[in-house]
Design a protein around this ligand. Structure first.
Ligand SMILES: *Cc1c(COP(=O)(O)O)cnc(C)c1O
Length: 432
C-alpha cells in the first residue's frame, strides 16, 4: 500500500516512511491511497469475534500487504491486552470505557500499536530507533509506557518544568530503562521547538535514527477504529449506534470514520467539544476558522486548530454538506460539564471524567432530539486522572485510584534538567 499527502496527493511513500516520518514534508497528513473495507464474510461473523480478533482483521485490512500475518497478530495482541467494556447507564445511554490501559486514557491504544509497528518496521536496521517527543502531559505518558522495554528503541521525552501534574510527571520520569526524561526550563512550545530543531539537523537526525511519536501518525489512528466495532458488537443485534466523541484534535472521531468506511453500520457521529468549538462551528456555518485555544476543565480537548481536521475533510471529499450529513457538532461550557459530573453521579452512581461528561451532555441532547436512538459515548480517560476537578464536584475520595497509578506515584522521579537552548540540547543528544 502507498500513502499520499493530503496537501500534495502525488507525493507518495511506502508504509515505513509514512509511519517513521509521521508528517509529509509539505505539512499535509498521510492517508492510505486506497481506503480499505472489510469483506462480507467478516460482517457475517463480526459479532462473535473477540476484541483482539476484530483488531487483527482491521489491522490486516490496512497493513496486510506490508506486514505478514503473524507479525500483525503479535502487534495487535500486544496492543489490545486490556478490554474496552460498554457500560449502560440507562436505556439507549451507553458509555464505552477506554481507560483500562496502563496510562488510563484511550491514547494507550494508539501509542502501543504505533510502538510495536515501528519496532517491526525497523527490525532489520542496525541502529537503534530514537523516538523524540515533546509533551504537555498525557501523550508523553502513553508513549513512554508503550515503548518501555521495547527492544531496539529508546525514547527521549521533553516536558516543561512545573507545567505537568505530579502524576503526569511520574508517568514520564519513573519508568527508567530505555525511557529518558528531559525537564526543560521553559514552556511546552519551547519543548516543541527543541524537538523540531533536532529533526531539522539532518546529520543528527540520521545518526540517531530519529523518529517522532506525533499524534497525527497514521499508526495511532488505525487501532482506535478497533473499539468502534468492538463497541457496536456489544449492543443488541440490529441496534445502529450513534457515537458521541469528546474531541480535541479529532483523531478519535477520524478513527470512527475509518470504522464506518470499513463497513460498520453507524447512525451518526456527534463531535462533542468544550468551548474550543472550531469544528462544531464549521458544521454549523460551513466556515473553518482556527483560533488560539482557551483553557477549560477538559484540558485534553483544549485545541484551537485540530490536527486531524484535514483528514476528516479528505474522508468526505472536501464536501461540507457530506460531512454535515454524518457528523453533528455540539459544544458545552465548563459549568455545564461540572453539572453533568454531578448529575451522572447522582442518577447512576457513576463517576464520569470531565471529557466524558462533555460527551454525555451531547448524548443527552442527541437522544432528546432523536428519541429511540442509542448513543455510545466514548469515555476517553479514567476520572482519577482529573482528581482535582472530580473532588471539587463530588467531594474528597470520590474516585478510587487504580493500583497501576498508585504504584507509579510511589516511584522515584529521574529527569535531566536542561535550559530551553538548542545548542545545549544538541550537545546533550550528541553525547547520548
Ligand atoms: C487526547 C484526549 C482527547 C481528545 O482526543 P482527540 O483524538 O485529540 O480528539 C479527549 N479526552 C482525553 C482524556 C484525551 O486524552
Amino acid at each position: 500500500m502507498l500513502y499520499h499527502s493530503t496537501t500534495t496527493p502525488s507525493h507518495r511513500v511506502d508504509l515505513k516512511e509514512a509511519i517513521l516520518r509521521s508528517l509529509p514534508p509539505d505539512n499535509g497528513l498521510y492517508m492510505p491511497d486506497v481506503l480499505p473495507t472489510l469483506s462480507g464474510p467478516f460482517w457475517e461473523i463480526w459479532r462473535e469475534l473477540t476484541f483482539p480478533e476484530i483488531g487483527i482483521a482491521v489491522a490486516d485490512a490496512f497493513f496486510g500487504e506490508d506486514v505478514p500475518p503473524q507479525a500483525l497478530v503479535d502487534i495487535v495482541e500486544g496492543t489490545v491486552s486490556f478490554d474496552a467494556p460498554l457500560v449502560t447507564l440507562a436505556p439507549g445511554d451507553h458509555i464505552l470505557e477506554l481507560f483500562h490501559g496502563p496510562t488510563l486514557a484511550f491514547k494507550d491504544f494508539g501509542a502501543r500499536f504505533m510502538a510495536r509497528l515501528m519496532a517491526w518496521l525497523t527490525r532489520a536496521d542496525d541502529r537503534e530507533l530514537t523516538v523524540l517527543v515533546a509533551t504537555s502531559g498525557d501523550t508523553g505518558g502513553a508513549v513512554a509506557s508503550a515503548f518501555h522495554n521495547l527492544p531496539g528503541t529508546r525514547v527521549v521525552i521533553l516536558y516543561p518544568q512545573g507545567k505537568v501534574s505530579a502524576l503526569q510527571e511520574k508517568q514520564l520520569t519513573a519508568l527508567g530503562g530505555n525511557i529518558t526524561a528531559l525537564e526543560i526550563q521553559g514552556s511546552f512550545d519551547d519543548c516543541q521547538a527543541l524537538v523540531k530543531s533536532a529533526f531539522l539537523d539532518r546529520d543528527l537526525s540520521e545518526r540517531l535514527n530519529l523518529t517522532s511519536a506525533n499524534s497525527i501518525n497514521l499508526a495511532r489512528l488505525v487501532p482506535q477504529s478497533f473499539y468502534y466495532i468492538h463497541a457496536a458488537r456489544q449492543l443488541p443485534e440490529g441496534v445502529k449506534p450513534t457515537f458521541v466523541i469528546p474531541s480535541g484534535n479529532f483523531g478519535n472521531l477520524t478513527a470512527g470514520l475509518l470504522a464506518m468506511q470499513l463497513g460498520l453500520p453507524v447512525d451518526q457521529f456527534v463531535a462533542a467539544t468544550n468551548m474550543n468549538d472550531v469544528v462544531p462551528e464549521y458544521l454549523r456555518v460551513g466556515q473553518y476558522t482556527t483560533r488560539p485555544s482557551v483553557p477549560t476543565i477538559s484540558n485534553a480537548m483544549d485545541v484551537g486548530a485540530p490536527s486531524n481536521f484535514v483528514r476528516m475533510q479528505a474522508l468526505f471529499g472536501g464536501s461540507w454538506e457530506a460531512m454535515k450529513e454524518r457528523v453533528s457538532g455540539m459544544a458545552f461550557s465548563d459549568d455545564q460539564t461540572r453539572a453533568a459530573i454531578r448529575t451522572v453521579k447522582s442518577l447512576y452512581d457513576y463517576e464520569i471524567d470531565p471529557h466524558g461528561a462533555v460527551g454525555w451532555l451531547a448524548a443527552q441532547k442527541w437522544r432528546t432530539a432523536h428519541p429511540g436512538s442509542a448513543t455510545v459515548t466514548l469515555e476517553t480517560a479514567h476520572p482519577a486522572k482529573f482528581l482535582d476537578v472530580m473532588e471539587a464536584e463530588l467531594g474528597a475520595h470520590c474516585v478510587e485510584i487504580p493500583e497501576r497509578l498508585a504504584v507509579l506515584a510511589r516511584q522515584e522521579k529521574v529527569a535531566t534538567l536542561l535550559p530551553a537552548d538548542k545548542a545545549v540540547f544538541r550537545d546533550w543528544l550528541n553525547s547520548m
